[in-house]
Design a binder for this molecule. Sequence first.
Ligand SMILES: NC(=O)c1ccc[n+]([C@@H]2O[C@H](COP(=O)([O-])OP(=O)(O)OC[C@H]3O[C@@H](n4cnc5c(N)ncnc54)[C@H](OP(=O)(O)O)[C@@H]3O)[C@@H](O)[C@H]2O)c1
Length: 427
Amino acid sequence: MACVETSSSRPYHLVIFGASGFTGQFVVEEVARTVSEGPNGNLKWAVAGRSKQKLEKVLEQAAGVLSKPELRTEVDIIVADIEEPDTLAAMCKQAVIVLNCVGPYRFFGEPVIKACVENGAHHIDISGEPQFLESMQLNYDSQAAEKGVYIIGSCGFDSIPADMGVLYTRDQFKGTLTAVESFLTVGSGPDGACIHDGTWQSAIYGFSDSQKLQTLRRKFNHKPLPTVGAKLKRRGNLFFSNEIQQYTLPFMGSDPSVVKRTQRFLVEEHEATPVQYGAYAGVGGLGSVVKLIFAGMMFWLLVKFSFGRNLLIKYPEFFSFGFFSKAGPTRKQMESSSFQFAFYGQGYSEDQDPSQGKPDAKIRTLVQGPECGYVATPIAMVQAALTILNECKALPKKGGVYTPGAAFAKTTLINRLNKHGIQFSVI
Ligand SMILES: NC(=O)c1ccc[n+]([C@@H]2O[C@H](COP(=O)([O-])OP(=O)(O)OC[C@H]3O[C@@H](n4cnc5c(N)ncnc54)[C@H](OP(=O)(O)O)[C@@H]3O)[C@@H](O)[C@H]2O)c1
């Protein structure tokens, strides 16, 4: 089944699992919006989750927001619960692709991937949890390859803009690109912005367990990736970035891990030149730095103990200065928020040998888009799914567990994103 066509005989091309979650509801809206566009008009889709009533409510809400009353009656509901493997199997048998929005993935992700692999459904998630993503690669890559199933993780804001942004920068560079640094800035309107509790919980459990990631990585037995060209220097833990004119720190999310896995795949499968990568995120001015140091210290202190983790989980607003909340952002906040990734690449022009001397050429690119978590993430997830459906011949030959960059390097995903509000450009 390595190559999927939109003419699959399964009842649904797309099944959104966890459709009743905070993020899931926006994925439902994005699917509803996108499948009414010309070429996708014949796609069949369903929502899935553990509560039929909640799923009905989500469809009701989407019908109102999008002025599409037919969503109430025309979209099927599948009841499936992580705790009941038979229901997951039944869901996966009906889907060409499962869009999995049930997180934290470290607790809920594996049974869904297992069911997808065993029942021949492709799987896309929006996890930003390296430990989950890498352990799924370790445990399911060969089974997924045997079954011709694509398991593609981190297809949301984590880490499509960063991973595809590095590939875009490489492809636009005239010569051999050897290193890229990205600087993320996030903008919000007068009402501010925040992130829903689901991501806060994923972060808490991820940080509390971070030592296990090193043990997991040793199991891959990977040789270090070769360094081509001048070695990219790591910046400090907090510095003023001239690139984005604000205080900046290393990006704590999954982007560096995902980009590195993509680069390894491209080196091993396509003998590409590896691109070194450093990811940074802007914090703002001095006031924000003080808040961040204070919140960061509290977080590190509390996250180590179960009592502390319970406190963090109970009071996200308090411990994150309102940056995370149980209610999540309002639609108004989301409408006025945006992100921008600035990529600074360096390398060797066409007539230069990357193994000799200093880089002699630079490039600057941008990936920018709407609010990260609940606008850009559904766009990225849905476009990733449509790419699997429509461009199966451009995916890697075998199924397997892939990063977005590894899966989509040869597809038109970037063009698709450009058309849907996540824009890639060269400065
Ligand atoms: N990559 C990104 O940029 C990005 C952006 C946004 C979110 N995320 C990730 O997406 C995940 C979800 O976040 P969220 O804020 O949407 O969380 P959420 O609102 O808590 O949603 C969790 C979903 O999981 C479902 N669920 C929980 N236990 C289940 C079970 N036993 N069986 C079936 N479904 C179950 C919930 O169902 P009920 O509704 O029935 O409780 C709900 O639909 C998190 O891991 C978050 O980090 C990533």
